[in-house]
Design a binder for this molecule. Structure first.
Ligand code: 5RP
Length: 228
């Protein structure tokens, strides 16, 4: 059976120039992208690489890449990442991994932020199938949950719990994650403004108007979307 994520990753790898600085995000498509880079003769050893994901970083190290700390970088040529969904404006929802704060930093420092995935990720409008994930400092947990409910009514706020340990998921920065489920997905611009401006919010998982390109693969072949 065709692996569309793999095909999209192979196409995305063609955008990488020898000697460039790239960032890689989280998910199975990124694993395919690492393999595609390794399969491009003479490319891997010339690259400066950073990652927003613990799992991707571990794989890069295991495969012998020189991985840089993103905190010491100011600019990337390309940042590649998967997503849960993206819309016509290339506004993406990246909720699954709960690592959107680190992902946004790499996306923001990249000359080009490229989404990669199968065609199923492309939707006309973002849907309620995925929550908005909000990373909050512990002091703001109840406050932010209450404001989200008030602003986007009806919606449901859930503290993300660990399935490997009793208790809440605690982020790398000691914060909580709130999964906010909507009855109807709000207008992305309004959602972005309201949540970004709430006190105690570090980052949320809506990447509003940030991506420059999306590379997808599906039954109809490769499709490359460019920011309108
Ligand atoms: C994590 C993400 C991932 O990129 C997203 O879940 C895509 O994963 P996959 O490549 O396995 O489809 O947004 O927050």
């Amino acid at each position: 059976m065709a692996d569309y994520k793999q095909q999209a990753a192979q196409e995305a790898a063609k955008l990488i120039q020898p000697g460039s600085a790239i960032g890689l995000g989280a998910g199975s498509t990124m694993t395919h992208l690492i393999a595609a880079i390794q399969n491009t003769p003479g490319l891997a050893t010339t690259l400066t690489v950073a990652s927003s994901s613990f799992t991707t970083r571990q794989l890069l190290l295991k495969e012998g890449f020189q991985v840089k700390e993103s905190g010491w970088l100011t600019r990337l040529d390309h940042y590649f990442d998967g997503c849960d969904q993206f819309d016509w404006r290339l506004t993406a929802l990246k909720s699954g991994g709960g690592v959107h704060a680190a992902e946004k930093v790499l996306a923001a420092m990249a000359g080009k932020f490229i989404l990669v995935g199968d065609t199923g990720k492309r939707v006309d409008r973002l849907t309620k199938s995925f929550p908005l994930v909000v990373e909050v400092i512990p002091e703001a947990l109840a406050f932010v949950s209450a404001r989200l409910k008030e602003y986007f009514n009806p919606s449901r706020s859930e503290l993300r719990l660990s399935d490997k340990k009793d208790g809440a998921v605690i982020t790398e920065r000691g914060n909580y994650l709130i999964d906010n489920w909507f009855d109807a997905f709000p207008e992305p611009g309004i959602l972005n403004d309201r949540v970004t401006n709430l006190a105690g919010v570090l980052e949320h998982s809506l990447f509003f108007n940030m991506a420059h390109k999306a590379v997808t693969a599906g039954p109809d072949g490769i499709v490359v979307y460019t920011k309108p």
